[in-house]
Design a binder for this molecule. Sequence first.
Ligand SMILES: Nc1ncnc2c1ncn2[C@@H]1O[C@H](COP(=O)(O)OP(=O)(O)OP(=O)(O)O)[C@@H](O)[C@H]1O
Length: 346
Amino acid sequence: MISVRGLQKHYRVHKRAPGLKAAAMSLFRRQYTEVAAVGGISFEIAAGERVGFLGPNGAGKTTTLKVLSGLLHPTSGHVSVDGHEPRKREDAFLKKIMLVLGQKQQLIWDLPPHETFELNRAIYEVPRAQYEHTIGELTALLEIRDLVNRPTRQLSLGERMKCELCAALIHNPKVLFLDEPTIGLDVSMQTTIRRFVKDYNERYGATLILTSHYMDDVAALCPRVIVIDKGRISFDGKLEDLVRRIRPDKRVVLRLGGPVAAEALNAIGTVVRHEVGEAVLQVGQGDVSRTVAHALSVLPVKDLTVEDAPLEEVMRELFEQGRATASGGSGAGSGPSTTNGQEPPA
Ligand SMILES: Nc1ncnc2c1ncn2[C@@H]1O[C@H](COP(=O)(O)OP(=O)(O)OP(=O)(O)O)[C@@H](O)[C@H]1O
């Protein structure tokens, strides 16, 4: 469905020294420098897959999504989305995709969302009957029926994002590019958006690429993740394999029925957190059953769970490894390896 081979995207940026004199000089002699936002990445995504595109700020995620949706032309490499070359922006291609940028909106600010929906209906040439059916379904699923006739500027951020999604889905796209769709939303609205996106994917077999800094989005939606750092892929595979590779240790979460001395916990495992009624221990994968048995025998345990390390920590560690490798700190082989499709460094 989506095929990316050796994609590079460089931006040409105007460079000038600080100060008024340099500003005046730059009017006559402009100097440019190249920013390599994406440095030769390759991956394949099958129809119906949900893939998380993760990376630190400035890694190249948005740039890649913009290339995939045809907003930017690649500097080099080959990109194909359902048989189309996105840069050509053919009508047939545009009718298959949608791009939602959480930081930008397509809704017309002074008009009700309903007017944008109508506009998109006309742009995408959606037959009236199909439009009415889709709008009925989407507004019900997103619970926005009562909002769509109010001016957009009067809506809350979360309400606007739900209307943005509705506007972007009117033509029933097969490929969804979602860039930070839950940014700035409260926890319950994030959950609503996630549930909706998953439901849409399952209902229509749509393919999804999502970028998000909220790891809950990724955990809930994306069985597969592609990690990009400084324009290069550092991991492509199952989310659970990434977690296991970066943080093979487990967390034993103990709910306690009475006070426990710090020494008693230290004797069992590495204490990550200890507060009234709860303690969290970090233990090696092979030590889980021994630790659990030990804890149950010597501590007033009411309940316990065994969990993976939080995804936020996994990602932080992964990006720190990437930085250390880039600065020569930890040397070759210490960072995460790529499981699929990385171009060799130039
Ligand atoms: N229009 C542009 N002109 C010049 N440089 C750009 C432009 N857009 C992005 N960049 C640079 O390209 C690099 C990748 O940016 P991009 O927006 O793709 O990153 P990102 O992974 O989406 O980051 P974030 O998580 O912060 O949104 C960054 O160094 C950024 O400064």
